[in-house]
Design a protein around this ligand. Structure first.
Ligand SMILES: C[S@@+](CC[C@H](N)C(=O)[O-])C[C@H]1O[C@@H](n2cnc3c(N)ncnc32)[C@H](O)[C@@H]1O
Length: 278
């Protein structure tokens, strides 16, 4: 059955057919994908077969597998995802690693205040809080629907006592507070690039999480000055970029008063985030 499903997925232009076939079957049966390999999976009864047919039809119409499963792993933590939230990308773990690496011995043990601008599922903020047990933070998003998912993720991960979520156009609704660490993965796809995206992205992920105006820089025009105003002395900020936005974002950072900007790369060697320190 796995091979048959993999062939149908491949015919629809979906790569990694065998892996996805296994994930779909596991989701339908209600077991772990590993159970299918080790032969410990349950039987595919009529209900599971119906569920598999429905999941396969949705996947063949290019709905992302993370939305079918309702979950995506990020920083080895399980995050609930819905079509109201961007699906966390493995590349964005570069931001978490960069933020963690920046904590100096002087800051160790200090209860860090963290701000995540454009929190979506809450993945960046919650990954950092999971690593810094004394820290607390705020996740901001313009989408109330995304924030409901972020709050549910905080509860599920046992971090809701240290995470608050605020609906706001970037930092505009926040009180006059400063933060030790600011992270942000703003939308940065240009209108032109939207036409080139895979159907999984352009047809299913929230547009507000993807695109930021004609040049893809509108988010940075708001986030970089906000960081300038809200970063505490001794603090640091990490902002996701992509190679195509690198020069534009560095230029905007310079206009916002950030002359010393470090660029961090992801595991593929691509520029993935800017690091600003005060
Ligand atoms: C690229 S997604 C990042 C989501 C999540 N931080 C992640 O890394 O997976 C950008 C997020 O910014 C939010 N956003 C877009 N415009 C915004 C605005 N004006 N104010 C606050 N959040 C905004 C979107 O709703 C979306 O959740």
């Amino acid at each position: 059955m796995q091979r048959q499903i993999a062939r149908r997925l491949a015919a629809a232009g979906i790569a990694e057919g065998m892996l996805e076939a296994r994930l779909l079957i596991a989701e339908a049966v209600g077991c772990d994908a590993l159970d299918l390999i080790t032969g410990r999976a349950g039987v595919i009864d009529d209900a599971a077969a119906r569920r598999l047919a429905e999941l396969l039809a949705r996947r063949l119409s290019r709905e992302p597998i993370a939305y079918l499963r309702g979950e995506r792993e990020f920083w080895s933590l399980p995050f609930m995802v819905t079509p109201d939230t961007l699906i966390p990308r493995a590349d964005s773990e570069t931001l978490v690693a960069a933020a963690l690496a920046e904590r100096t011995a002087a800051m160790a043990g200090r209860p860090l205040r963290v701000l995540d601008l454009g929190t979506g599922s809450g993945c960046l903020l919650l990954a950092l809080l999971s690593e810094w047990p004394a820290a607390a933070g705020i996740g901001v998003d313009i989408s109330e629907a995304a924030l409901r998912v972020a709050r549910a993720n905080a509860r599920r991960l046992g971090l809701d006592g240290r995470a608050a979520f605020v609906c706001s156009d970037w930092d505009s609704a926040l009180a006059d507070t400063r933060f030790d660490v600011i992270v942000s993965n703003p939308p940065y796809i240009s209108e032109g690039e939207m036409l080139t995206l895979a159907p999984e992205v352009v047809n299913y992920e929230p547009r507000v999480a993807l695109t930021a105006g004609m040049d893809g820089l509108a988010g940075y025009r708001r986030v970089l000055p906000a960081i300038g105003q809200r970063l505490a002395a001794g603090g640091w900020a990490v902002i996701e970029i992509t190679a195509t936005r690198l020069a534009g974002a560095i230029g905007l950072a310079a206009s916002a008063g950030w002359d010393d900007v470090a660029v961090k790369h992801d595991l593929c060697g691509q520029p993935r985030c800017l690091l600003l320190a005060r």
